[in-house]
Write a protein that binds this ligand. Structure first.
Ligand code: AHM
Ligand code: MG
Length: 330
């Protein structure tokens, strides 16, 4: 489990995000208000990105940007726009010393007096943008290790997942949701566009210990390792439903609510897995564990992995505890 820095304050459904954050700030071990402000900055940038996604088809901002990101993947216009929105919000806020982003090759240095490090995938699942399928933003927050007043260094940005102080995602789906944890459970807020507010709709979320959904790109089945094939066979024998959107946040969110497992194993095309430890896996592992679920690389806990590079990839197994446990023991 990652570090719990606050105790839980139960607030009723209908509470808006700002009030929820403010009330919970009182219970933080390090209550200076900066982490609260940071969460609000991220939530705000999410509103701006949400507006752009909603209008993308009209505003002519779908499609490819014409460049590749550091992973050699084609960037979409909205990938680039979202990266700019989040970077700007974090720069203005002043709480952050450095950001690492799936869309940027190197560390982005911000306020040398900032206490926090952000790892972010500004817009995940971008191949789904043009076809109106759910996409998401994924972020992790760490406390800096280096001295105040200096630039962040590699030990700041390459912290294992169990050092996260908060993590969350924004799901741009049939409704937009902000789901986050500060180490004291998981809460989900639904965006109410006419009010411009995120409202607490999913209180203290827990993932069922077992489920009937498995989410994996079975098109790559032939190149999966024998133990992954064996687990998928078991799912098929049990008559589980195969559900795979190809948009991690959406697949994860569905399984969080209904119970299930998401797997992105090593494949011939992606021998170390496709998903990125720092921008995608650690965050969702923290949320899964806080909701009573589990996340591994097929053997060991995701959050115990000591990262060695910014854009490191790992195989990813996440979701209902009993399912991930079984899949990781084969
Ligand atoms: P991206 O960060 O380039 O958008 O890629 C990550 C996405 C995940 O959202 C999704 O689960 C996965 O890639 C789908 O990959 P594939 O099409 O290989 O199944
Ligand atoms: Mg991504």
């Amino acid at each position: 489990m990652a570090k719990a820095e606050n105790s839980r304050i139960a607030l009723p459904v209908g509470t808006n995000l700002d009030r929820f954050i403010m009330k919970n700030q009182e219970a933080f071990a390090y209550a200076t208000g900066e982490l609260s402000q940071l969460l609000r900055d991220l939530a705000y940038a999410g509103k701006v990105v949400n507006r752009e996604i909603n209008m993308a088809g009209l505003a002519g901002i779908t499609g490819a940007y014409g460049a590749e990101n550091v992973q050699g993947e084609e960037q979409q216009n909205l990938d680039v726009a979202a990266n700019i929105r989040f970077s700007r919000a974090l720069k203005k806020g002043g709480e952050v010393v450095a950001v690492i982003s799936e869309e940027e090759e190197d560390i982005i240095h911000l306020n040398p007096h900032g206490k926090y490090i952000i790892a972010i995938d500004p817009l995940d699942g971008s191949s789904n943008i043009d076809v109106n399928v759910s996409i998401g933003t994924i972020f992790s927050i760490y406390r800096r290790k280096s001295e105040d007043g200096t630039q962040a260094d590699m030990q700041d940005v390459l912290q294992p997942g169990n050092e996260q102080v908060a993590a969350g995602y924004i799901l741009y789906g049939s409704s937009t949701m902000f789901v986050f944890t500060t180490g004291a459970g998981v809460n989900g807020f639904t965006y109410e566009p006419s009010l411009g507010e995120y409202i607490l709709s999913h209180q203290d979320m827990t993932i069922p210990a077992n489920g009937k959904i498995y989410s994996v790109n079975e098109g790559s089945y032939n190149s999966f390792q024998p133990e992954v094939k064996e687990y998928i066979e078991k799912c098929r024998e049990r008559g589980h439903s195969a559900r795979y959107i190809g948009s991690l946040v959406a697949d994860f969110h569905r399984n969080l609510l209904k119970g299930g497992i998401y797997i992105y194993p090593a494949t011939a095309k992606a021998p170390k897995g496709k998903l990125r430890l720092m921008y995608e896996c650690n965050c969702l592992a923290f949320i899964a564990e806080q909701a009573g679920g589990m996340a591994t690389d097929g053997k060991n806990s995701i959050m115990d992995i000591i990262p060695t590079e910014l854009h490191q990839r790992v195989p990813f197994f996440v979701g209902s505890k009993e399912m991930v446990e079984e899949a990781s023991q084969l």
